[in-house]
Design a protein. Structure first.
Lengths: 369, 369
DNA sequence: TTTCGCGTTGTGAGCACTAACGTTACTCGT
DNA sequence: ACGAGTAACGTTAGTGCTCACAACGCGAAA
């Protein structure tokens, strides 16, 4: 019977009850060192009788390992992060690890605070989608104090960490190319594109260069824009900057507004590309409000394959990220590092794929010249 | 400058560097007891110079408080749980607490393991949506060892814990009544309804009694069924058990199949009520596959107001739970308990509300008699 | 001057556990 | 028969920090 009292029994009480030394009890219960079968039985019986529950704090204090990993994401409510976290949690549970989650809300300050808290809690490792890819000294601090870090989605490349990403440029290029091949010439794109100012956007589009070591290169939304621009250029068309709309972070209403604006502008686009889930819902809100039909009135490709995309209209063609796999991969890499692996940083690029449904109509190419 | 070496500085090194005793350094850095301004400055300078980072394990070992709360949910990927967790995390962050998340996958065994792990990690409190409402001895064990528990959504009522729920019966009754008032007589309902067997379902419907202290009473999906049955009875109609379809936990495909079956049966329902998000997507898949129009061919009310419900068809009428508030409330209650509050258990019943959109058509009442 | 009290600091114990090491008893090979 | 090896256990010293306690100085009250 477990005891009813307030404080849980310690290993010393178990040892006394079993008539052995604390160290011996520790060996049995902690499953290390030597112990005879008789002693094992006695100790286990005593532990069960007292309702003994090992104190992982004390263990962690000595061993320097807490069997806990810390996770920092933008917002756990977003389907993308939620799914990645699920993958992480699955792997963690399989290895007896706990997972502490924190939301940065895309704020560098909060991210730093979160990392600080996690380090104080002595997590064995960190999985981060960093907001401040620019100066990741807090992550560097973690690495310096022997706390391995794995980055995903957003990546600060000048950091010595394993990374898990998808090839945003290639998959977006493929998607937009699909639209172009269907005859679309004016394709609107809705993307977050933070940080930066409008003039940066123009410069980025003008100079778009896949080998550019620019800061923007590290942000998925900029990478997706790059894929968009490349698809255009490959088709021999110059992208119209009026069709590129940026939306502040976590601004659902703004996404709707931009989409509305885009779809009602003079010479409006015949197709839309949304760079993440928030943009997708914004676009659909606008399309719904304008009573436009998909794909008759407007074609659509959405980044991130959300639940509802299989039944809205005739199905929404979407780019599906292996979110769960991103999480499990990140966790596996991290656990390897925690386990002592000290080979060179691994950089996993996972495959995203286009899920073709019914949101792309063939657009009659205008007869020109 | 923070040091580059592997191990972080301890308070003893900070004390030596500042020329004071470890206890004094602790008082300054830990912000307790007395210390003079001069000493404070010296100690803080030394701490900064050494890149000191307090070890919360050691602190927790002594104080018995880890500033961590444990959360056990069914699946963090579900929008409902993700949003609740977000609420919890927000409150926790505000108080400097960390949050460890675990998924039970609706398995009692996993839930027990999770609770065990969390208790070993010495969490200061637990927020749980329990799978095994029937025998919550693991939760009782937590309470017995002075670890307060707050339950939400699913609740084991014979446990002395604070709870946060919504009135599932009333809000569902209101929703279904709306459908009945619109003239619908055959309303299909899709719900999880675990655990239990088919004959239990028949008995439950036959005896449906709001004051019944039955086990089922604790499960939201059964509560929602109860509201459904009550709405029927209040309208003087006896519910048809053929219209009540149950779906195994986490079986997205099964939800689709049941919905398909429901909509193609002889004397098919003219309206559908889905008891959670999974059922809703299943229903929409079926409706889409059958090329039925909402609300012309089938009316619909969905439990849980998901993102896409504002733009699918003419908008889906939904029951919106205050998910974020559920999380913040649970966390606030828990933090109060952790803070020493020992008043009687609080049971918060939050308001859900019907978001009326365009998925209910008036159904011409048949002229009878 | 004595007494009291308070602010300030240091000392030492201890939180629950593990790791290193010492001791003992026993086995095995030569 | 004897040293080496090994299994089984105990003793002790930590792990980084907090807390109770004692000690001390200093100003105010008696």
């Amino acid at each position: 019977m477990a005891q009813r009292s307030s404080k849980s029994a310690t290993i010393i009480e178990v040892a006394r009850q079993a008539g052995v030394s604390p160290a011996t009890a520790g060996r049995v219960l902690g499953d290390y060192g030597y112990s005879s079968p008789e002693v094992q039985e006695k100790v286990r019986a005593a532990a069960a009788a007292l309702g003994y529950r090992p104190n992982r704090l004390a263990k962690g204090l000595i061993t320097g390992k807490t069997q806990t990993i810390g996770v920092v994401v933008g917002d756990i409510e977003s389907p993308f992060y939620a799914s990645v976290l699920r993958g992480i949690a699955d792997v963690a549970r399989g290895s007896g690890f706990g997972v502490i989650v924190t939301n940065s809300d895309e704020s560098a300050e909060r991210e730093r605070e979160a990392v600080q808290l996690l380090l104080e809690k002595q997590v064995d490792g960190l999985i981060v989608s960093s907001t401040c890819v620019g100066d990741p000294d807090h992550l560097q601090a973690a690495i310096s104090s022997n706390c391995p870090v794995v980055q995903f989605d957003r990546v600060a490349t000048d950091l010595e960490t394993d990374t898990v990403v998808i090839d945003n440029v290639a998959i977006t290029r493929a998607g937009v190319t699909k639209l172009i091949q269907a005859g679309h010439r004016r394709i609107g794109i809705l993307a977050e594109l933070a940080p930066g100012k409008d003039k940066d956007l123009a410069a980025f589009v003008a100079e778009a260069d896949p080998s550019d070591p620019d800061l923007y290169k590290h942000y998925p939304s900029w990478q997706r824009l790059l894929g968009y621009v490349e698809a255009y250029r490959q088709a021999g068309i110059e992208p119209d900057i009026e069709l590129i709309r940026r939306v502040p972070t976590y601004a659902s209403a703004a996404a709707r507004k931009e989409a509305l604006d885009l779809l009602t502008m003079r010479d409006a686009p015949t197709a839309l590309f949304t760079a993440d889930g928030l943009m997708s819902t914004g676009a659909l809100q606008a399309i719904s409000a304008l009573k436009l039909a998909i794909p008759t009135d407007v074609s659509l490709i959405c980044f991130d394959d959300l639940d509802w995309m299989q039944f809205v209209a005739h199905g929404i063609t979407a780019i599906s990220q292996p979110t769960h796999l991103i999480g499990t991969s990140a966790a596996e890499l991290l656990l390897q590092r925690i386990g002592g692996e000290d080979s060179a940083s691994q950089h996993r690029v996972l495959a995203a794929h286009l899920v073709e449904r019914g949101s792309i109509a063939v657009y009659p190419e205008e007869v020109s010249g």
